[in-house]
Design a protein around this ligand. Structure first.
Ligand SMILES: Cc1cc2nc3c(=O)[nH]c(=O)nc-3n(C[C@H](O)[C@H](O)[C@H](O)COP(=O)(O)O)c2cc1C
Length: 739
C-alpha cells in the first residue's frame, strides 16, 4: 500500500517536479551570486544615517535606498529629470554599477512559480509542492522499512542499479526537499487564501511633524540608531515639503523620521505573523541565507535523477514475474504465498499454486519474500516457495527475509509450509528453504506441512506436494506445471586452451561465437546471428545432451569482447563438464545467458580485491579485462602447479603491464611452496586490512571449500577493524560466486 502511495503520484508528477526542481536549483544560485557581488560591512560598522549621508553626497537626487537580504544596497535617484537605480558601496556611497534585475532569473522565477500559466500554473505548482512533501514522507517510511529501521539510515546500503541510486540520493536530499516542499506548499496555500496572510499594513502617517528646517540626513538621530544589518528601506521625503517625513523599514518594524528633529514617529514593530512569513520565504528561497540556498539547490538537482530512477523501478516492478492477476491485498488475504527466486523459475510454480488456490475460493496474496509484511491480519495459511543460491544462500528476492522476520508478528492461527527448489548436485541442497522452515518454527508458527525439496524443477514432485497440501487443507489442488525450457542460442566453439592435465585438474578456457545458420538461411540478412547481451560474471546455462536440466558456468567475458568465454574444470563423472571438454573448434552447443547482476565489481575508484581458485578465475579475469579505467584491482588466485594449470597466465601479465591489474598474487598447492590462496591473503594481512578500511570491495569465485577458507581468513584479518565478512556482505562489499 505504502509503495503504491509512493509510486503513483511520483509517476504522475515526475515531469512537472523535474521542471520545478531544476528551476528551483537555478534560483537557489541567486542568493549566493548576489551575496558574492555585495559589499557587506561587519555588524555595527555602518549606521543607516552614515549610509544615507554617504549616498546623498554621491547622489543628490536620492529618492529611496533599499538593502536586499543578500546585503546589496541599491539607490533609486533622479538626475536631470531622469530616474535611475545604481548598486552602491555602503562604505563609500559610491556607485558600483547600474542596477537591473536579471531578466534570466526573472524568467526562471516565473516558470518556477506558475509554469508560465498564471493562476492555474501557480495552483499546479502548489499541488506539486504538496505532492513532493508526500513523496518525501512516504519515501522515507519505505526506506526505513527496507533497511530495517531509522537507526540504519546512515549505514551503507547493499543492492545495485536504479534502486540503489534512488535510495542513496534520497537519503541525503530528503531533508532539503521536504523543507522546500513544506515551505512551498505554505506559500501557495497563503496565496490562494487557504491559510491567513500576515497583515502588511504599516503605521499610519504621523498626525504631527515639526515642519522645521530639514537637517542633513547623516545627522538624523533615529537613523543613527539603526545598524545597516537591520536596515531594509528608506524612502526620502518629497523635496521642498517640510511636512513630509522619511519612511524607514527595518527587519524589526517600520516607522517615520522627522526630517528636522530626526525623531522616530509612529514606530510599529513587525507582527509575529509577518516574521514567520518572512522566515518561510527565506527557508524556501535561501534569501538572506545563501548557504541554505545552495543546499536546497543541490537537493533539488537530485529530483530529475530520483524521478528517472523511480520510474525505472516502477517499470521493472510492473514487468517483474511477481505481478499476478487477482492478487488479493495482503491485509485481506486468507492465504499468503511468499516467493524466493533468483532466476525466476520458482515464480512459475508460485503462479500455479496461486491460481489453484484462487480457483478453490481462497483469497490469496503472493509477493516476494523480501516484501514480508509485519502482519497478515486475516491469514491462516502461509506458503513459502524458495530456491537456494550461492552456497546454500538466499536468492535475490529473499535476501532481506530473515532480517524482516524480526518484525513479523504472526497471528495464532497462521500455519506454514515451506517448499524448496534446488539442485541435488549442490551439497547444500535446498538449504535456504530448510533454514526458512526452521526460522518460522522458531518464531512460534506451527507447520501445515513439513519442508519438502524439489530437485531441478521436477513437475511430478511439485504435483505430489500439491496432493499432500490438498489433504492438509481439505480442498483438492491439481498442481500441473512444467517450466518452459529457456530460449537458447546456438554457440560455436572457436577456440580452446587446455590446462591442468598433468596435475589431475583438467581445465579448459572455451571461447564461443554465435553460430551462423546453415543452408540457404545464411543468406537472409535477418539470420545473421549475434551474441546475446551479457557481462562478465553472468551465467551461461548449457543444455547437456539427453535433455538433462541446464548446468551453469560463470562468464569470463562480456558481449562487447565479441566472444563468449567460459572456464570449465572437468568434474569426475560430470555429465556437462565432460560434454564441454569433448568439444572441438567448430562444434556447436545450445546455451542461454542468465543475468547475475549481484556479482560485479562496484563502479568508482575504491580498490577491488579479487580472490579465486581454479576455474573460478574465469569471471575475475573478465572483470580485469573490463577495468579500462585502471581502478586499483588486486588478484589472489590459487592453482595446483605454475607449469600446468596457471590459467590466463599470458593475459594476466599483459593486464599487469597495462595497469588494468594492479597486483597479482598466486599460490600453487603442488609446487615446492605448497600454498593456498588463503595463505597469500594472510601474508598480505595488513595490506588487505588497509584496503578494506579505505572502502575496498572483495569478490570471491570458486569452490565452496576455498570460499569458506577465505571467509575465515578475511574475518580474522578484519578483527582489528571491528567488522567482518557478514557486515561487508550486508554493505554489498563482499560478493561470492560459489559452486
Ligand atoms: C550459481 C548457482 C548456485 C546454486 N546454488 C544452489 C545451492 O547451493 N543449493 C541448491 O539446492 N541449489 C542451488 N542452485 C540451483 C537453484 O536453486 C535451482 O536452479 C532453482 O530451481 C533456481 O530457481 P530460481 O530460478 O527461481 O532462482 C544454484 C544455482 C545456481 C545457478
Amino acid at each position: 500500500m505504502l509503495r503504491k502511495f509512493h509510486g503513483l503520484p511520483g509517476l504522475l508528477a515526475g515531469l512537472l517536479l523535474m521542471v520545478l526542481s531544476v528551476t528551483g536549483a537555478v534560483l537557489a544560485l541567486a542568493p549566493a551570486l548576489d551575496r558574492a557581488s555585495a559589499v557587506v560591512p561587519a555588524s555595527g560598522d555602518v549606521s543607516v544615517a552614515e549610509l544615507a549621508g554617504r549616498v546623498v553626497a554621491q547622489y543628490p537626487g536620492t529618492e529611496q535606498i533599499v538593502r536586499e537580504p543578500s546585503g546589496k544596497v541599491i539607490v533609486y535617484y533622479s538626475r536631470d529629470g531622469q530616474v535611475g537605480a545604481d548598486l552602491v558601496n555602503p562604505l563609500t556611497g559610491e556607485g558600483i554599477a547600474p542596477y537591473e534585475s536579471s531578466a534570466f532569473f526573472g524568467w526562471v522565477k516565473d516558470l518556477h512559480r506558475s509554469l508560465m500559466l498564471d493562476d492555474a500554473g501557480r495552483a499546479l505548482a502548489g499541488v506539486m509542492a504538496a505532492l513532493m512533501g508526500l513523496l518525501c514522507v512516504s519515501g522515507m517510511l519505505l526506506l526505513a522499512r527496507r533497511i530495517g529501521g531509522w537507526k540504519n539510515l546512515l549505514r551503507p546500503f547493499s543492492g545495485s542499479g536504479s534502486k540503489r541510486v534512488h535510495a542513496e540520493l534520497a537519503r541525503f536530499a530528503v531533508l532539503g526537499l521536504l523543507l522546500s516542499a513544506l515551505t512551498g506548499s505554505y506559500m501557495s496555500a497563503q496565496r490562494f487564501g487557504l491559510l491567513p496572510e500576515a497583515s502588511a499594513t504599516g503605521p499610519g502617517f504621523p498626525a504631527e511633524v515639526s515642519g522645521g528646517q530639514p537637517a542633513p540626513v547623516g545627522t538624523l538621530n533615529a537613523l543613527g540608531n539603526v545598524d545597516l544589518g537591520e536596515f531594509r528601506e528608506l524612502v526620502f521625503p518629497y523635496p521642498g515639503d517640510p511636512q513630509d517625513v522619511y519612511s524607514l523599514t527595518t527587519t524589526g518594524g517600520s516607522g517615520f523620521v522627522d526630517q528636522a528633529t530626526g525623531e522616530l514617529l509612529q514606530y510599529q514593530p513587525r507582527s509575529e505573523g509577518s516574521i514567520v512569513q518572512q522566515w518561510i520565504v527565506s527557508l524556501h528561497t535561501g534569501e538572506g541565507l545563501w548557504w541554505l540556498g545552495l543546499i536546497l539547490g543541490a537537493a533539488a538537482l537530485t529530483v530529475p535523477v530520483l524521478s528517472v530512477t523511480g520510474m525505472t523501478i516502477w517499470w521493472q516492478r510492473r514487468r517483474s514475474p511477481g505481478k499476478l492477476p487477482d492478487n488479493a491485498d495482503a491485509s485481506l488475504a486468507d492465504t499468503i504465498i511468499l516467493v524466493g527466486s533468483e532466476g525466476n523459475t520458482t515464480w512459475g510454480f508460485a503462479r500455479e499454486l496461486h491460481a489453484s488456490l484462487n480457483k478453490a475460493g481462497f483469497h490469496v496474496h503472493c509477493s516476494e519474500m523480501n516484501a514480508l509484511a509485519d502482519r497478515y491480519p486475516q491469514a491462516s495459511r502461509l506458503f513459502v516457495l524458495t530456491s537456494t543460491y550461492g552456497d546454500g544462500d538466499a536468492p535475490a528476492s529473499a535476501r532481506r527475509f530473515m532480517a524482516r522476520l524480526g518484525n513479523f508478528r504472526p497471528g495464532k492461527a497462521l500455519k506454514f509450509a515451506v517448499l524448496g527448489f534446488g539442485d541435488r548436485q549442490f551439497s547444500n541442497f535446498c538449504k535456504f528453504a530448510v533454514d526458512v522452515d526452521a526460522a518460522l518454527a522458531d518464531k512460534g508458527l506451527s507447520r501445515l506441512h513439513t519442508v519438502e525439496r524439489i530437485d531441478r524443477c521436477s513437475s511430478p514432485q511439485f504435483r505430489e506436494w500439491g496432493e499432500k497440501i490438498s489433504e492438509e487443507i481439505g480442498v483438492p489442488l491439481a498442481l500441473d506445471y512444467s517450466p518452459l525450457p529457456p530460449a537458447t542460442v546456438e554457440l560455436e566453439l572457436i577456440e580452446r586452451a587446455d590446462y591442468g592435465l598433468a596435475v589431475q585438474a583438467p581445465t579448459s578456457i572455451l571461447r564461443f561465437k554465435a553460430a551462423e545458420p546453415g543452408g540457404w538461411r545464411k543468406y537472409l540478412p535477418s539470420n545473421h546471428k549475434t551474441l546475446p547481451a551479457f557481462e562478465a560474471g553472468d551465467l551461461l546455462g548449457v543444455m547437456p545432451p539427453n535433455g538433462q536440466a541446464p548446468r551453469f558456468y560463470s562468464l569470463a567475458s562480456s558481449a562487447t569482447d565479441g566472444v563468449l568465454e567460459i572456464c570449465v574444470r572437468k568434474q569426475p563423472g560430470g555429465l556437462c563438464s565432460g560434454y564441454l571438454h569433448e568439444l572441438r573448434p567448430g562444434d556447436r552447443i545450445e546455451g542461454f545467458v542468465r543475468e547475475n547482476p549481484d556479482f560485479r565489481p562496484a563502479k568508482g575508484s575504491n580498490p577491488v580485491i579479487l580472490i579465486g581458485a581454479g576455474a573460478g578465475i574465469g569471471p575475475l579475469a573478465g572483470f580485469i579485462r573490463k577495468n579500462t579505467s585502471r581502478s586499483p584491482m588486486y588478484l589472489y588466485w590459487g592453482g595446483r602447479s605454475s607449469q600446468s594449470d596457471f590459467l590466463y597466465k599470458p593475459e594476466l601479465r599483459h593486464y599487469l603491464d597495462d595497469h588494468r591489474l594492479t597486483g597479482l598474487n598466486t599460490a600453487f598447492s603442488r609446487s615446492d611452496e605448497r600454498a593456498y590462496v588463503q595463505d597469500k591473503l594472510r601474508q598480505d594481512e595488513s595490506a588487505v586490512r588497509q584496503m578494506v578500511s579505505t572502502g575496498a570491495q572483495i569478490l570471491v569465485c570458486g569452490g565452496r571449500d576455498m570460499a569458506a577458507g577465505v571467509r575465515q581468513v578475511i574475518d580474522d584479518i578484519l578483527k582489528p577493524l571491528a567488522t567482518d565478512v557478514k557486515m561487508l556482505k550486508a554493505q554489498g562489499r563482499y560478493l561470492e560466486d560459489i559452486y
